[in-house]
Ligand binder design. Structure first.
Ligand SMILES: Cc1ncc(COP(=O)(O)O)c(C=O)c1O
Length: 382
């Protein structure tokens, strides 16, 4: 093993005013649940996404939980979800006593397969009293959650034209897609509520955090209410429903404001890394890239390649301190979700899981590190 430094996969890049803003919180004592940075952060995220309102949450999972609740998902409902996603999407459904109904991935885009979705809705559901029912077991389908996997997007025009034929609320899991646009419209704004995450590996990070964006004032108010223990009075501890302590603290929102100021430069750097890797790996062995539709401008969040030599490449890179990782294990392989209905023909999710790996692409990755990664990928595969 060389004496080369570890090259991380995707780590926070604290490079702007974060220290200054956090110090201000510490100096003034405004570190907790109230403070001006929360409002500023919410507004900055909403403005960037082109939405009217932003509601901060303690993390992306909590944001998804609240968005699903407000979309009307209830105990024993199904929520349509891509099988290939991070477990938090499915967990947010389970928190409501509902169950994911899994749809396989598109083999090229790695997003929910729209052909399968369309066929499923046409052939396996029925509308009864204004509700969408899964014919197989008579349970209601309460919502659909498209996930913008790796900051990429499916054909959103087609997606919306499919789902609008049914009574099917949409909640976007845009947790990975801050900085991604479809025909100039930001991810997370194609449905009444979209959710972002700011955990440590995301394009900006608050350590942990999330934001729900919406154009609907009523939904924004209700989301704020539910994420802040449903306190209905300023002077008294009067709470009018079971709320959640899901608020993002001012200290972390201060980090978020510093990070949002840097977001355009982070997106630029992600795109440079993507362009570098694509040029370096074009035609190399059996490497394939995630397909992007011409209408989509991705944020290049987590650069991921596909090869049938996945294990060999992972072993080589990790042995050389180049931290790389497989895709998430598909939901139908996890004990909590293995009995969920799964709509599939070829189980593309399984193939993607077994062939894809993400390689270092932090926003502070140096050109020298990019060269090292490319060199070692080539060494492993040729
Ligand atoms: C697809 C997806 N959904 C949901 C989440 C949950 O976000 P968080 O980790 O902020 O709770 C994440 C990120 O971790 C994610 O990648």
């Amino acid at each position: 093993m060389s004496n080369q430094q570890v090259i991380p996969l995707s780590v926070p890049n604290i490079a702007g005013n974060e220290w200054k803003y956090v110090k201000e919180c510490l100096d003034t004592g405004w570190i907790s649940s109230v403070g001006s940075y929360v409002n500023r952060f919410e507004q900055m995220v909403a403005d960037f996404a082109g939405a009217k309102y932003g509601v901060a949450a303690v993390n992306g999972t909590a944001a998804l939980h609240i968005a699903l609740l407000l979309a009307g998902v209830k105990q024993d409902d199904y929520v349509l979800l891509p099988n290939l996603t991070f477990v938090a999407s499915a967990n947010s459904i389970k928190y409501l006593g509902a169950e994911p109904l899994l749809i396989d991935a598109d083999p090229d885009l790695w997003q929910m397969d729209l052909d399968l979705l369309e066929e499923f809705l046409e052939n396996e559901t029925d509308e009864r009293n204004g509700e969408l029912i899964y014919v197989e077991d008579g349970r209601r389908i309460g919502a659909i959650m498209p996930v913008h996997i790796l900051g990429n997007m499916c054909d959103m025009d087609r997606f919306l034209s499919i789902v609008k034929k049914y009574p099917l609320p949409v909640v976007e899991d845009a947790t990975e897609a801050l900085g991604t646009f479809y025909k100039g419209k930001h991810a997370g704004t194609f449905s009444p509520m979209g959710c972002f995450s700011f955990n440590g590996n995301k394009i900006i990070s608050t350590g942990g955090g999330g934001v729900i964006v919406t154009d609907n004032e009523q939904l924004a108010k209700e989301a704020k209410h539910l994420t802040t223990t449903a306190k209905a009075s300023v002077d008294e501890y009067y709470h009018d429903e079971v709320g959640y302590n899901y608020r993002l603290v001012n200290l972390l929102a201060a980090v978020g404001v510093g990070q949002m100021e840097l977001l355009p430069s982070f997106i630029k750097r992600k795109k440079e890394a993507v362009a570098f890797y694509k040029a370096a790996f074009e035609g190399l062995a059996d490497i394939r890239f995630q397909k992007e539709l011409p209408e989509v401008q991705t944020n290049g969040w987590l650069f991921t390649i596909q090869t049938d030599q996945q294990q060999k490449l992972l072993d080589h890179l990790n042995a050389n301190k180049i931290l790389s990782r497989r895709f998430w294990m598909p939901m139908n392989k996890l004990p909590m979700y293995k009995n969920c209905p799964y709509v599939q023909k070829k189980d593309n999710a399984d193939y993607i899981y077994n062939t894809c790996l993400s390689i270092p692409c932090s926003t502070n990755i140096t050109n020298e590190q990019l060269e090292i990664v490319a060199r070692e990928v080539k060494a492993a595969l040729t």
